[in-house]
Design a protein around this ligand. Structure first.
Ligand SMILES: [Zn+2]
Length: 246
């Protein structure tokens, strides 16, 4: 999250803006400024590179892939970073881990006053009174690690609340970890029986490169089957707390 890090060769997106309105996608969208990277992503994940004038938060080439899941390599727990941020205009007024401030330096470590319960945190965001999750995942595509590092940024509560499990799993693997990064569909019945469908990003840690293939096998339907570890009900708001690994 610091500016001194090398820029990723491309970014993964779970949606796109259409006429200023965010739209979720059923498959990964990848943006890059590198033609070779765009071509390789299209070869690996389907779709084809197209020029986009001003891709928000990305490069000038875009690939609308055909894959809702991609097998990736993560370099330890440092590959996933998360915080809670609250912007007022251009000003970052609250940045914390859910318990204590992370910045500014003068307030670092002091209690930030965020509610403990996830529902209360969501309510605070809705009433523009509290911070929302910001998660960055840095990874390489397992089928072609030499392509370089990609980044996926999300504000998904669904991912935030299970992140402690991901971190715990990454902790248990020495060196690089093979994971599936997927856009999983969620269907629920809203008020008045209306069925609502959306996609949530899911990161599933599979194991080390010695034991897990760089591509899912023909019988390994990682595209659709939810991981048992990630399919649980909404957990408590402990995803963003250090030491919350029970
Ligand atoms: Zn806070």
């Amino acid at each position: 999250m610091t500016s001194s890090e090398p820029a990723p060769v491309g970014r993964f997106h779970s949606g796109r803006m259409v006429d200023g309105i965010p739209h979720m996608l059923g498959a990964w969208r990848v943006t890059t400024e590198d033609e070779a990277v765009a071509g390789r992503v299209a070869a690996l994940m389907g779709g084809r590179p197209s020029l986009v004038g001003t891709a928000v938060g990305g490069g000038s080439l875009e690939v609308l892939t055909e894959r809702e899941s991609v097998r990736v390599l993560l370099d330890g727990t440092g590959a996933v970073r998360s915080d809670l941020v609250f912007w007022r205009g251009d000003e970052l007024v609250h940045r914390c881990d859910g318990v204590a401030f992370l910045s500014p330096e003068t307030r670092r470590g002091q209690p930030c006053g965020c509610p403990m319960l996830l529902e209360d945190r969501k309510a605070a965001v809705r009433s523009k009174a509290g911070p929302a999750p910001r998660i960055d995942v840095v990874f390489r595509i397992a089928a072609d690690p030499a392509l370089g590092e990609f980044r996926f940024r999300t504000g998904s509560w669904k991912l935030a609340e299970r992140l402690w499990e991901v971190e715990q799993a990454l902790d248990g693997i020495d060196g690089q970890a093979v994971c599936d990064l997927a856009l999983e569909s969620v269907v629920y019945t809203a008020s008045r029986g209306r069925e609502v469908c959306y996609r949530k990003p899911v990161l599933t840690v599979l194991g080390s490169p010695d034991s897990v293939a760089a591509e899912p096998g023909p019988d390994d339907d990682a595209m659709t089957s939810p991981s048992p570890a990630m399919a649980g009900p909404d957990g408590p708001a402990r995803a963003l707390r250090p030491g919350g690994r029970s």
